[in-house]
Design a protein around this ligand. Structure first.
Ligand code: DGJ
Length: 723
């Protein structure tokens, strides 16, 4: 709940396990006081140091020991005695960039307002605090949303121009948090195409630590996530502050420690190549930041993110609904297919329980390789002479739904669209634009381009029985310029994201029954902004079961398992050349929204039987994937063991999956320690024929017969029984 103590001008933002407090200082600045474990509503102002540190500066007109550089601040700004990272940098027409942003009122709302043009988490009680800069005639509103049951605060900022001239935002971050000491380590999710989100832990020291994207998308190179943890924090113990941005474009998250040995964390749209003109009367809205506090380690943080996203972010029409189990033709055929071949794949999996066929890249325009066709969203009649209908009919006749791949944000120069509208691609007149996968990026800052995408995709969706869309995006942005923006070309990347969200909004709402899966060369745009529109995202183009243990482990730090799209593919694996058992591929793909992506017409009979068994098993455990609590028991980056456990909310059922990557004959006696069980209840593990109390399993562990051969997996079910 949100509480304001008028006497001491202090705000308390509280949930079951967390308190966040700040006050209005005598000078009218918003002074941060506390963020952490739930504490009583006391006067916390005693905790503010007033120090004259020397060789600095202080608040104008105030005594020497009153400097914004030593105070915690909810909205630090530039140039008025605070030298640390600011949340906002603004420049008016005269070139003035400094000002005093002082408290000008607040309100507490029962319902969280939506963020204009941006996806955001649904919420209720929200505090809005207004700051005003009199000289510039500008106002800032800081939004804080709290949840009774979750230690989460949602934040964003709105900047309003109340004056007569424009001003430019050179930085407009979404949040600032000041922690009172600097004994922290950072947890981040760096990576690359085919190895997205490899969890990393780094010590923080004095200076500024930044994670960011400058690529126009949130990126596979760095996820818009940062956690700061204590040295002794582990999976299930210790303090964690986790930050995630509901944004799919350039972002920055910064942690800075300065002379006070404290830690300031700020973040939002990356200001590296950003500037935004706010005209008189306009409001600029920043993306939303999600802040999670956990006193139960990194695992506690993840479970909070998962509950938040499942309950308040992902489209409620799909969030808790069993996921389609797909067969996708990409790795089976790439772009080389015929109607007959696709139908043969569909027919080969009849009766296995696979319920959706997804036709991937290559069905449109003149698309026989990746150098042509993007932009032309009509069926390639040379390749599919009777159009999509026979394939859709075949899927239906075999009891399946039909899904289709699109990559609407892109264009090939060899396409009708480009020949008609070469200026629609992002480019600078007189410069040959950089290509990526031989394609150019459409300029989504232009309305007519967005309209074209909405209409061309809608037409296909209107005219065909399509239940599922896979929305791909296979390169990052370059040549950042758009003639219509002129000198404000630094707005392009954010305008691109806004255009993209506008398209998503139109299509997702225009076709409410269609299930949209996100994708960007696999998992190169996996963020909460995407999850708002796309209930699941293809986690990585790397479908190798071993690599997937690492990728899915990292992805699970913030994103619930049901949002990870995971497929069983053929071996030797197309990305790594690795051979893993078919059973292992199934077990690892089951830790998400499962599916298949291989030429099932070539599968031996035993594998088709295995597919049927796997889909049945998946359907039995899917409730745990959709709503269970995740416990990561063993980290494959640290040891020769991957192990994850899911426990139902009522603690009656659990599921464990482990992989031993390298078989070590006569090796370590494996023991895994389950978590999250009810200590007093009895649990049966049918695979072992054993019944023990929850606390016995959790403390004495499960003895595991190490699988024979490399990359072997084991799964265990745990079922609560009466004793
Ligand atoms: C990249 C995706 O990640 C793949 O799954 C596939 O859809 C290809 N693009 C198609 O071009």
């Amino acid at each position: 709940m949100i509480f304001y103590d008028e006497g001491i001008r202090t705000f308390y933002l509280e949930s079951k396990d967390m308190t966040y407090a700040f006050c209005i200082s005598v000078h009218g600045f918003l002074q941060h006081l506390y963020y952490g474990k739930r504490i009583a509503r006391e006067d916390l102002s005693y905790s503010v140091y007033h120090i004259d540190r020397g060789h600095g500066s202080n608040i104008a007109g105030a005594p020497r020991n009153e400097s914004l550089n030593v105070y915690g601040n909810e909205c630090p700004t530039y140039g008025r005695s605070d030298y640390r990272q600011s949340m906002i940098a603004v420049c008016d027409e005269a070139g003035v960039r400094v000002g005093d942003w002082r408290y000008a009122g607040h309100r507490i709302l029962k319902e969280k307002p939506e963020l204009k043009g941006l996806p955001s988490v649904r919420g209720k009680e929200t505090l809005v605090v207004k700051l005003r800069e009199e000289r510039m005639r500008a106002e800032v509103e800081l939004f804080y949303t709290v949840f009774e049951e979750l230690p989460v605060i949602l934040r964003h900022m709105e900047v309003c121009n109340c004056g007569e001239g424009s001003f430019w935002l050179d930085r407009a971050f979404s949040f600032c948090v000041d922690l009172p000491d600097n004994k922290w380590e950072a947890v981040t999710l760096p990576g690359a195409h085919l190895r997205e989100r490899f969890m990393e832990r780094t010590a923080l020291s004095h200076g500024t630590f930044t994670v960011e994207s400058k690529r126009g998308v949130s990126s596979g190179q760095m996820n818009p996530f940062l956690a700061v943890i204590r040295e002794n924090t582990g999976e299930e113990q210790g303090e964690v502050y986790g930050f995630n941005l509901v944004y799919s474009g350039d972002f920055a998250l910064k942690a800075e420690s300065e002379q006070n040995d404290e830690l300031r964390i700020v973040g939002g749209i990356n200001d590296y190549d950003f500037s935004w003109e706010v005209h008189p009367g306009e409001v600029f809205t920043t993306p939303e930041a999600v802040m999670v506090y956990s006193s139960q380690g990194i695992g506690g943080m993840s479970r909070t993110f998962h509950d938040l996203y499942r309950n308040y972010l992902v489209n409620p029409r799909f969030s808790k609904r069993p996921r389609p189990v797909v067969i996708n033709n990409w790795e089976a055929t790439y772009m080389d297919f015929t109607t007959e071949k696709l139908c043969a794949i569909i027919e080969s999996v009849k009766g296995t329980g696979i319920d959706t066929f997804v036709l991937d890249d290559g069905w449109f325009g003149v698309r026989n390789h990746d150098r042509s066709g993007l932009g032309d969203w009509f069926v390639n009649m040379d390749k599919l002479p009777q159009g999509l209908q026979p394939i859709i009919d075949c899927a239906h006749a075999n009891g399946m739904k039909f899904g289709l791949w699109f990559e609407p944000e892109m264009v090939n120069t060899d396409s009708d669209l480009y020949r008609r509208h070469p200026d629609w691609a992002i480019h600078v007149e007189g410069l040959v634009p950089c290509t990526g996968r031989d394609q150019l990026v459409l300029d989504l800052s232009r309305d007519e381009v967005c309209e074209y995408i909405i209409e061309s995709v809608s037409k296909i969706l209107r005219e065909n029985a399509i239940d599922y869309v896979k929305w791909d995006m296979n390169r990052t942005l370059t040549d950042n310029y758009s003639a219509h923006l002129g000198r404000n070309a630094k707005e392009l990347h954010h305008r691109y994201v806004l255009g993209f969200y506008r398209i998503c909004e139109a299509l997702v709402n225009g076709f409410p029954d269609v299930f949209f899966e996100g994708c960007a060369s696999g998992g190169c745009r996996f963020d909460p902004g995407m999850l708002y529109y796309f209930p699941q995202i293809w986690t990585s183009d790397d479908s190798d079961a071993y690599m997937r243990t690492i990728i899915q482990y990292g992805t699970s730090l913030c994103y619930p398992l049901a949002t990870h799209s995971c497929h069983v593919s053929v071996c030797p694996n197309h990305q790594s050349g690795r051979v893993t058992p078919f059973a292992s591929r199934g077990d690892i793909a089951h830790l998400g929204a499962t599916g298949y992506e291989l030429d099932t017409t070539k599968c031996p009979k035993e594998e088709l039987v295995q597919i049927k068994e796997q889909v049945t098993q998946y359907r039995e455990m899917q409730e745990l994937i959709l709503s269970g609590d995740l416990y990561r028991l063993n980290n494959p980056l640290k040891e020769n063991l991957f192990c994850e456990m899911l426990v139902s909310k009522d603690q009656k059922k659990a599921h464990i999956t482990l992989m031993v990557p390298i078989c070590v004959p006569n090796g370590r006696a494996l023991r895994i320690y389950p978590r999250g069980l009810c200590p007093e209840a009895f649990y049966e593990i049918p695979e072992l024929g054993l019944v023990k109390r929850g606390d016995t399993w959790m403390n004495l562990g499960i003895l595991v017969q190490s699988p024979f051969g490399d990359f072997g997996t084991k799964t265990y079910r745990m079922v609560q029984v009466e004793r």
